[in-house]
Ligand binder design. Structure first.
Ligand SMILES: O=C(O)CCC(=O)C(=O)O
Ligand SMILES: [Fe+2]
Length: 275
C-alpha cells in the first residue's frame, strides 16, 4: 500500500518507487512469461496484425510488445498482474477502487534506445502560453496512474521531478521543441532495480535513454484509469481494437475482467462510431 510519504512524493515530485507492488512469485512468472512472449514475436510465431493481436512490431524490431493479454500469447500472468491486489492497493489513494483499462505492454530492448524529452500530452498544444500549458497539466490524464515494473535492472527512464506541476523553463522549451536529445539540468535518472515499480505522472518532462553498458531492458509498462471519470479521447486512445476480439474477455481473471468491462462499455460505442 502507498505510504503517506509516497503519496506526497507523487504529488510533489511526480513519482515514487515501490519495492512490493508485485508479489515475488508473480515477478518470477512474469520474467519467464516475458521471455517466452518475446521469443514468439521475434520468431514470427505471433505476428503483428492491425485487425488482431498487436505486437508493437515484427521480429527483432518489436520493442513495445502489446497484446499480452490476448490468449494467443498463452501467458495469463500479465492479466493476473494487472488485476492483482498488490497493485490495487497502491493505486487506490490516487484513482480509487473502480478502475478501467489501461494497458500492459512489455518494453524489451537489446540495442540502442532513445526517446527524447517530452511530456505525454500528445494531442494537446506543445508550445502553449503559461495559461494553456498549466491548463493542460491540470487536466490531462489526471484520472490516470501509469507505472513501470522492472523485470531486470532498468536505468533508462529519466524524469524532471516536479515538472508536472509547473510551466516549462526556457531551457526546457528549447529541448522539448527543438532539441529533444539535448540535456536538461534537473533531469534525474531513475535507477530501477529488478522487481521495483515506479508509479509516475507522465505529464512530467521525461525521456527514455538506454546507457551503452546496459545489455538489455525488460520492463513492463502499464496504466489503469479511474472509471468514475469520463473517457478521454486524447489520453486513452490507442491500439485497442485487438481487445474487442471474442476470445479476450473469457480469458481474463475476475478483477481484470471487471476493468475490461468498464473500459469496453465506454470504448465500444466510440469505436462503432469510428472514434
Ligand atoms: O523509456 C521510458 O522509460 C520512457 C517511455 C515513455 O516516454 C513513456 O512511457 O511515456
Ligand atoms: Fe512518454
Amino acid at each position: 500500500m502507498a505510504s503517506q510519504q509516497q503519496v506526497d512524493q507523487y504529488r510533489d515530485q511526480g513519482y515514487f518507487i515501490a519495492d512490493d507492488a508485485v508479489a515475488p512469485e508473480m515477478l518470477e512468472e512474469m520474467i519467464a512469461a516475458a521471455q517466452r512472449a518475446t521469443a514468439k514475436v521475434r520468431s514470427g510465431e505471433i505476428v503483428d496484425d492491425p485487425a488482431g493481436v498487436r505486437t508493437g512490431g515484427t521480429g527483432d524490431d518489436a520493442t513495445f510488445i502489446s497484446g499480452l493479454m490476448a490468449p494467443e500469447f498463452g501467458e495469463p500472468v500479465f492479466a493476473e498482474y494487472l488485476g492483482s491486489e498488490a497493485l490495487a492497493r497502491y493505486l487506490q489513494p490516487f484513482i480509487g477502487d473502480e478502475l478501467r483499462l489501461g494497458w500492459v505492454h512489455l518494453c524489451v530492448v537489446e540495442g540502442d534506445y532513445e526517446i527524447g524529452w517530452h511530456r505525454d500530452t500528445g494531442g494537446n498544444d506543445r508550445d502553449g502560453s503559461y495559461e494553456v500549458e498549466m491548463d493542460i497539466l491540470a487536466r490531462h490524464r489526471s484520472n490516470f496512474m501509469k507505472w513501470h515494473l522492472a523485470l531486470a535492472d532498468d536505468p533508462c527512464l529519466w524524469i524532471v521531478p516536479g515538472s508536472q506541476r509547473r510551466y516549462r523553463t526556457d531551457r526546457e522549451r528549447e529541448v522539448l521543441i527543438n532539441d529533444p536529445r539535448g540535456e536538461i539540468p534537473d533531469g534525474q535518472q531513475i535507477d530501477l532495480k529488478r522487481g521495483q515499480t515506479i508509479f509516475w505522472n507522465s505529464n512530467t518532462i521525461h525521456r527514455g535513454l538506454k546507457p551503452d553498458d546496459v545489455a538489455e531492458r525488460w520492463t513492463v509498462m502499464c496504466a489503469l484509469i479511474d472509471h468514475r471519470t469520463a473517457y478521454d479521447d486524447h489520453g486513452e486512445k490507442g491500439d485497442h481494437q485487438w481487445l474487442m476480439a471474442d476470445n479476450i474477455r473469457e480469458a481474463l481473471p475476475e478483477r481484470t475482467r471487471h476493468y475490461y468491462d468498464n473500459w469496453r462499455a465506454l470504448a465500444e460505442p466510440r469505436m462503432a462510431a469510428g472514434g
